[in-house]
Design a protein around this ligand. Structure first.
Ligand SMILES: [Zn+2]
Length: 258
């Protein structure tokens, strides 16, 4: 983007809002729609400014990339609604809840009975109630390309996921942040104030859902233990350089462009 493009990009304005009267002051105000590209760009720049500000106020900043083990990726399926009608472009995306018991993982838990830490098989801490579907129009070519690229069996290693595609489960993300906060207070020994900025994104090639997270803290104890706080499925990198920070602001801006 050159300078002129950049100015054009940021000078877009919302033309879909409405004029409303503030009931307290009687003033006429323009209320932006919140959904058009101009509004999304505005929201994104506010967010990236807030994140930059938080970074300058915090002693430590970390960049964390939680991503799924193939087994746990939230899965959806896509069906053509009228397969016999060549003129129909209507498709349906279906998400069924995960079956409890199918997603076991081994965890270290303290046993009161044996008075020591033992390995126990537990249900993976994931969302088990995502259950929705929606209809959309797309060309057959688009769907064919999508099926080829987004297929969860693209390496050929997971034939059981042949006709399945990843989607972002908001609840999985929320549960992850909850666990992370719990771990942090456990390692710090008390409640520590941390600021978290969390985004989800689809991978550029295989549309694999994954997350990016910024963690800000002033606590030396949290910083010292950040490696031990590391959970399964979460690769953690310290973030002293501006490069990685730029990456997340790019993610925020890319989301706005969609
Ligand atoms: Zn708008």
């Amino acid at each position: 983007m050159d300078k002129v493009d950049t100015i054009r990009f940021f000078s877009k304005r919302c033309y879909h809002g409405k004029n409303v009267i503030n009931p307290y002051t009687g003033q006429l105000m323009y209320q932006p729609c919140g959904e058009c590209p101009a509004c999304l760009t505005r929201k994104a720049s506010i967010r990236s400014m807030r994140v930059s500000l938080q970074k300058s106020l915090s002693k430590y900043a970390y960049f964390i990339n939680p991503s799924y083990n193939q087994k746990y990726v939230p899965k959806c399926q896509i069906f053509k609604v009228h397969p016999d009608d060549p003129d129909s472009n209507l498709y349906k995306l279906v998400v069924k809840p995960r079956c409890k018991g199918d997603y076991k993982m081994v965890q270290n838990v303290y046993s009161k009975k044996y008075k020591k830490v033992i390995k126990k098989e537990v249900d993976a801490p994931l969302s088990y109630d995502d259950d929705f579907s929606y209809y959309f129009n797309a060309s057959d070519d688009y769907i064919r390309d999508f099926r080829e690229q987004a297929n969860l069996n693209f390496t050929g290693k997971y034939p059981q996921f042949q006709d399945y595609y990843g989607y972002i489960s908001r609840k999985d993300g929320q549960l992850f942040v909850k666990r992370l906060r719990k771990h942090i207070s456990k390692f710090a020994g008390k409640y520590e104030k941390v600021h978290i900025y969390f985004v989800s994104e689809y991978g550029p090639v295989h549309f694999r859902p994954h997350f990016h997270l910024l963690l800000f803290t002033n606590s030396d104890k949290v910083a010292k233990n950040i490696k031990s706080i590391k959970e399964k499925n979460a690769a953690m990198n310290q973030m002293p350089e501006a490069g990685l920070f730029k990456k997340i602001t790019n993610v925020i801006e890319n989301q706005a462009e969609r």
